[in-house]
Design a protein around this ligand. Sequence first.
Ligand code: ATP
Ligand code: MG
Length: 454
Amino acid sequence: MTGLTNEKENQIIERSLIKYLRENQVKQFREEFLELHPYDQASFFSEIDEQDRHLLYHYLSPKEMAELFENVGLEKEQIQVYLSEMDPNYAADMFSNMYADDAVDVLNELDKDQVARFLKIMDKDAANEIKDLLHYEEYTAGSIMTTEYIKIEANQTVRSAMYILKKEAPTAETIYYVYVVDQDEKLVGVLSLRDLIISDDDTMISEIMYERVVSVSVSTDQEEAARMMKDYDFLALPVVDDTERLVGIITVDDIIDVLEEEASEDYSKFAAISDVDILDRSPLAAAKKRLPWLIILLFLGMMTASLIGIFEATLEKVAVLAIFIPLIAGMAGNSGTQALAVAVRGISTGEIQKETVQKLVAREAGTGFITGLTCGLIVMILVSIWQNNVGLGILVGISIAGSLFVATLAGTLVPLIMHKFKIDPAVASGPFITTINDLISILIYFGLASILIL
Ligand code: ATP
Ligand code: MG
């Protein structure tokens, strides 16, 4: 089999797997199923119903189930269901066979006493590794690292290091880096598999190892670890405790999960929906989270409405002014959101630091000026022709130009100010900026109108 290249092939395989499964054709099932990538195994697993899953638990060994389970999504309810279906000893054996960090991810979705029960009946060594990892605070390097790494000592030869590598390879999460520690387990060096392979068998490790090891501490924020991984282009990053002792590694696949998690978290905040577990919340709970924002926005909207009320006299004189309100407010909102996205992204990736703030503000001001001028000119010409009124064209044109300029600046400055006051800038959400910009643009439009017309 060549792997799942398309949807159709996928369906055919799935159908025959289900058939084998239900007709008790264990051998054929295992032959075909175990050839699949664990990710595809997990997709199959999450699509079948309870009866079929029970068969699967019988057909697969705990070790085989472990590989599959490392790829099952981390949805609390689902995980609870799966584990309640399994025989506890089978589940415990499965956890023993998983990479410790993946096992911890799954266990974190369970209740404390449930976890304790599994740890009790698990293989002792595996249980201890998992216990150590469960202690680390969420969102730290410690919580995403794994303890299955390869370590060697400086005063040994490449030959003996290769021997250790071979011995540890079946259970290590990555074999591409070996870490060198001293008697106190302190991290003193690193070598890649490539470095080892190209060296003479009798060379001492101390001669060829890199001593300037880049590492993170167990308490480092996972986002910071992700950033370092990206900057240095490593496939794994060592994690040390307070006394510089090597306690784990973070591999690049864990970092990809972190990036995804952080991105969706930032996005939720960006849209004024704080917090992430979007699916497992009741309508009431979700409404509770969003209502405070909506109510603040409602009041801001009321301010805009009363602002229009103040200019009622102007509006009565020139009723045609009203038809351009949505256009001007909408354009201001659009450009503000564009600028906001740039600023929030820059802040959350760490690209925007103290020194670059001025540069960003200056650039956004320039951008606001150019986009404002261009859109203003286009609108001016269109309105002049359409309404056959050059004065109105100029008024709407200038309003658009002014609003775009101010809105772009607001979209940049608000998140920067929030960041400075240590409020997460991603909370300076899109709807918020949009509403503020409505206010500003209406003020500019009617302010100008009443000056020009009176
Ligand atoms: P290259 O990219 O030069 O071909 P490579 O592909 O063998 O090297 P990389 O993963 O790119 O390996 O790592 C580059 C070098 O960085 C390796 O020699 C490795 O020993 C070293 N290295 C790995 N991890 C660390 C670390 N945490 N701190 C410092 N150096 C490290
Ligand atoms: Mg490389």
